[in-house]
Design a protein around this ligand. Structure first.
Ligand code: SF4
Ligand code: SF4
Length: 383
């Protein structure tokens, strides 16, 4: 039932921005029970949805920027309320009015960098393939089987360049026919879209799609689950239909088909963290685990909240660019879960998760206790 209130204009505006599903909410509160925020502070998606239903949202408040879009509440909601789309709509509205609370202001700088340089760091496009120097990584040419799309963090961030390099070494070893586009690659746009900047997302998406069509790309390997998500589920809105495969899926396939031979042991206790955008949003749970299980000596244990119930690291929804105070870093709890199951290595396969877990390791003085690795970094040690 529609609510008729003096704030109908606001309700219409929310609907106009794509947040119409708020009206299905019947306030059961399940979303709050499963939201990771409530392990560290009070945060109510139920309340935000209620306020939006009545057009009472305080768009200048930080609360509408808190959701990491992890998708856990959406999976539990009995009324199929689209919490993520609703938050995106509210953020679009806030951005439209130029309302950014202090903690969110860095997002404006990120948007400018994305517009100018196609990456959130303000680094030159010309440096996008520097990570690949000396690694025998070819430039993509028509007729190659795969384009490898490392994304922004693996292209520019010092820690994550090591993941791109490990990926190239593993792909080379398996004889995969692939190339990269380097300076012709732009940010996938997934995270900036979650901050409400729809125009910039569209611009980045169209730029990538045009480049891929011009270069004759058909299949794309991605390292980031955020790239996977948007290429697979959002780019088709622009009539783009490419075959997208996450590196963990390809690795499992290569090992399974005998194309990637494992010749050494990895004699360590490992736990695997499901990135939200690989697991919950795209259903990839088994391939990374099965690939790890094929490594001799590797002992895999599961953390308490795993697979569909995976505990978010906190960096999705554009939160990667927002300063999160120490006491609000629920990723610390996740790292403690990994230590509690006796893991010496936390393996995951998302640049945001790796960035955040590496920070937590230092914050919690666990750098001698547990290592953080991408799945490709484990494999490069055993081939
Ligand atoms: S779980 Fe769904 S129906 Fe229940 S309060 Fe949250 S949004 Fe509303
Ligand atoms: S999507 Fe995740 S972070 Fe956002 S409200 Fe739901 S459970 Fe909380």
């Amino acid at each position: 039932m529609e609510t008729v209130t003096p704030f109908k204009e606001v309700i219409d505006e929310i609907k106009g921005y794509g947040g119409q599903a708020v009206k299905y909410c019947y306030q059961c509160g399940k979303c709050d029970t499963f939201c990771p925020w409530n392990k560290v502070r009070k945060f109510s998606m139920r309340k935000l949805i209620r306020e939006a239903t009545f057009g009472l949202t305080e768009i200048e408040h930080e609360e509408i920027w808190r959701c990491t879009t992890c998708g856990r509440c959406a999976l539990k909601c009995p009324r199929e309320v689209k919490q993520i789309e609703d938050m995106r709509a509210l953020r679009r509205m806030a951005s439209g009015y130029g309302v950014f609370p202090a903690a969110i202001k860095p997002v404006r700088g990120v948007s400018s960098c994305l517009e100018a340089d196609g990456n959130p760091f303000g680094e030159p496009k010309s440096a996008r393939a520097d990570w690949a120097k000396g690694l025998n990584v070819k430039t993509f040419e028509e007729g190659m089987e795969y384009l490898y799309f490392p994304g922004c963090y693996l292209s520019y961030d010092a820690r994550l360049k090591k993941v791109a390099q490990a990926t190239a070494k593993v792909l080379n070893k398996a004889g995969v026919d692939y190339g990269i586009l380097g300076p012709k690659e732009s940010c996938c746009g997934e995270s900036i879209r979650k901050t409400g900047n729809e125009d910039l997302f569209k611009h980045l998406a169209k730029e990538n799609i045009k480049t891929w069509i011009d270069c004759g790309v058909k299949k794309i390997i991605v390292s980031s689950p955020h790239c996977l998500h948007t290429f697979k589920n959002e780019y088709p809105d622009f009539s783009a239909n490419f075959e997208i495969i996450h590196i963990s899926q390809l690795l499992f396939k290569l090992i399974d088909e005998g194309k990637l031979e494992i010749s050494k042991e990895f004699a360590k206790k490992v736990t695997y963290h499901d990135p939200c955008y690989l697991g919950r949003h795209n259903g990839v749970y088994d391939e990374p685990r099965e690939a790890l299980k094929k490594i001799p000596g590797l002992e895999l244990s599961e953390m308490p909240e795993t697979r569909e119930d995976s505990f978010c690291c906190g960096m999705g929804g554009g939160r990667i660019w927002v300063e999160t105070p120490k006491e609000d870093r629920f990723v610390n709890l996740r790292l403690e879960q990994a230590v509690d199951v006796g893991a010496q290595v936390l393996v995951t396969t998302c640049p945001y998760c790796i960035t955040n877990f590496e920070d937590s390791r230092l914050v919690l003085n666990l750098d001698e206790v547990i290592e953080i690795k991408d799945i490709t970094e484990v494999l490069q040690e055993v081939i």
